[in-house]
Design a protein around this ligand. Structure first.
Ligand SMILES: [Zn+2]
Ligand SMILES: [Zn+2]
Length: 293
């Protein structure tokens, strides 16, 4: 996110802050040589490294970004992948899409605030994000992709599994299981603390291990996309990777049966920990719709 703040400052926010809180004119014009330069480049009284400015900028960027990614990918998935017949399922709620969107929009501001310390720490240079591929080499660059996915998958597996513990389930995770037959808009419909906790492994990773800045940004977009894709209630079975990759069919079963397939990208954590359920065409929620009609 430090990269996004940097780009936003370059192209948008330097200007916005200069307009909002311009540098005192007396100060600007105190130097005669400076005056001609400052005439064209207006500056803000709050420079880039001023922490309150960074915090406000991060909040705005994060809120805009999360809404943009959510509505873009969820809408694309809802329009082109989600089978609208699924809305006739007996367990599909009345006005469910509207409720899923409402729940997501309620979660975003609190999740943004909870995530802020991670992003601010990145901006202050405490993370291990790096700019030059040469620093760690191309082999590390390529291997850091599966490493990031495996690390975060395992972290999310256990956080998700603990969220199903009776002591916290009702308070934190039940909100997300209101959707027995979810649509892509349910992908971010969480209690904000639940949504935040499940994102902690992503933030933690870059403080423990080096990761290229642009790669991190790409992976961040990818994880949003993946979260949305696995919520399209599909039960496509019989593909070659289904025992390895936790896809839409696996997460459909999580929403139907609650205590199976807690994983995010891979099935190994579920298989090793005894919570794996193989997607089978006989478990397809679409069968309930056909039975009904
Ligand atoms: Zn889900
Ligand atoms: Zn769950």
């Amino acid at each position: 996110m430090d990269l996004v703040l940097h780009l936003a400052d370059d192209y948008l926010l330097d200007n916005a802050w200069a307009r909002l809180l311009p540098l005192n004119d007396n100060l600007v014009h105190s130097s005669a040589n400076f005056t001609s330069i400052m005439h064209h480049v207006q500056q803000s009284a709050w420079p880039r490294d001023y922490i309150p400015r960074q915090i406000i900028s991060l909040i705005v960027i994060n809120l805009v970004g999360v809404h943009f990614l959510y509505f873009l990918f969820a809408w694309l998935s809802y329009k082109f992948i989600f089978n609208h017949e699924m809305m006739r399922h007996p367990r599909f709620l009345e006005n469910q899409v509207k409720l899923e969107i409402q729940s997501s929009l309620q979660a975003f501001p609190v999740m943004t605030i909870l995530t802020l310390p991670w992003f601010q720490a990145e901006v202050m240079g405490y993370s291990q994000l790096y700019d030059n591929v040469e620093d760690y080499g191309w082999t590390y660059f390529v291997l850091s992709i599966p490493f990031f996915l495996i690390f975060t998958d395992y972290g999310i597996y256990w956080i998700h599994r603990l969220l199903h513990h009776p002591s916290v389930y009702k308070t934190l995770h039940k909100t997300h299981h209101k959707w027995i037959v979810p649509t892509p808009f349910a992908s971010h419909a969480f209690h904000p603390v639940d949504g935040y906790l499940q994102s902690v492994p992503y933030h933690l990773f870059v403080f423990l291990f080096p990761l290229h800045r642009w790669l991190y940004l790409g992976l961040f977009v990818f994880v949003n996309f993946w979260t949305i894709i696995i919520h399209d209630s599909d039960m496509i079975t019989g593909h070659a990777l289904e025992t390895m990759i936790n896809g839409p069919a696996h997460h459909t079963l999580h929403h139907l049966y609650f205590t199976v397939n807690y994983g995010q990208y891979f099935t190994w954590a579920d298989r090793v920990s005894g919570s794996y359920r193989q997607p089978e065409s006989s478990l397809d929620p679409m069968l309930d719709i056909k039975k009904k009609s």
